[in-house]
Ligand binder design. Structure first.
Ligand SMILES: [Zn+2]
Length: 322
């Protein structure tokens, strides 16, 4: 059906990094609303089905698998079609837009995304937005705006959630959403603003998704942001394999590590972990719908890591379908 990995993480040099151990399971489950299971990482990479099994084992009941270009978006939609624990988000990443415009390919790729957006288990357009950190120059930024605007319209047309990637572009992202007309459900993935910006986002009825960064010692701005917004606006994510929460920074991230982030958030808010988990689960279902509301053609039987590894070694497609 689908290969385990589409691309390898551009990891820092050094010895192979190990995935952290499983944390204590959550009592009330949550969802990871932004992850990249197609990215191979760690000394011993983990098959996406094992990621999902580990997540289930610690109370992370589902994920939104996020595409960043046409190939990874197709993969995401394909996996979601066969995995009850996966919903998909599809988009061209803002950092890919300039090159596609230069090659005259942006419209063609957007049309491909539009087609994927019509599949039932594709529930979000994303990640899209603006990234002024990694992209400089007027032409490149112009390309990002064009791509972002097209994605906003797509989300509205298909009544899908919109997952925003906003890096050093808070004001421009909001202005673009206001100008083009935001869809019903907007999520700032890996929210990176301060308390003031958090309030502005929440006042518009948009959601703030917190990643492992909220556990970082130097990220007081994120904890301040968390404090000032209504609980009804809060989501949680990993952005795996990136942004691994404390105390495992520097090692690969995965959906099963969400409990660390959630517990840190609850501790900071002075609230019960299970209460926060229940609130976030309900928020997440309001944004993306339910994970199990239509039958999927799921693989049967328990996941067999040895068989998957053997198939991967043979370069075969995943035929682990019973
Ligand atoms: Zn991401």
């Amino acid at each position: 059906m689908t290969d385990s990995f589409l691309r390898a993480r551009e990891a820092p040099q050094g010895p192979p990094r190990e995935y952290p151990p499983l944390p204590e399971a959550l009592v009330v489950p949550v969802y990871d609303n932004h992850t990249h299971l197609e990215v191979e990482d760690g000394g011993e990479p983990i098959h996406y089905r094992e990621h999902l099994d580990r997540a289930s084992a610690v109370g992370v009941r589902g994920v939104v698998q996020v595409g960043t270009d046409l190939a990874t978006s197709r993969w995401s939609a394909e996996v979601a079609a066969h995995e009850p624990r996966v919903l998909a988000a599809v988009a061209i990443h803002p950092n890919d837009a300039p090159e596609l415009v230069e090659k005259g390919l942006l419209d063609e790729h957007l049309a491909g995304i539009d087609e994927l957006a019509q599949r039932p288990r594709v529930r979000a357009i994303g990640e899209t937005g603006l990234d002024f950190f990694r992209t400089e120059g007027d032409a490149a930024r112009e390309a990002q705006f064009r791509s972002f605007e097209a994605h906003i319209e797509m989300a509205r047309r298909h009544d899908l959630a919109l997952q925003i990637h906003d890096r050093d572009a808070h004001r421009e992202v909001v202005e673009t959403l206001d100008r083009v007309g935001a869809p019903e459900r907007v999520v700032f993935h890996c929210f990176s603003g301060d308390a003031e910006f958090a309030q502005l986002v929440a006042e518009r009825g948009w959601y703030l998704s917190f990643a492992g960064t909220v556990t970082f010692r130097n990220a007081q701005n994120l904890r301040d942001a968390l404090e000032v917004i209504p609980r009804s606006r809060i989501l949680v994510e990993t952005d795996a394999p990136y942004l691994t929460p404390t105390p495992f920074r520097g090692r690969p991230n995965a959906p099963y590590l969400i409990p660390h982030t959630l517990r840190a958030m609850a501790a900071h808010l002075g609230t019960d972990v299970s209460m926060l988990a229940a609130q976030i689960s309900s928020n997440t279902e309001l944004v993306y719908g339910h994970w199990d509301d239509e039958p999927v053609d799921a693989p049967r039987g328990p996941f067999d890591p040895a068989a998957a590894a053997e198939r991967a070694a043979q370069g075969e497609a995943d035929r682990d379908r019973g």
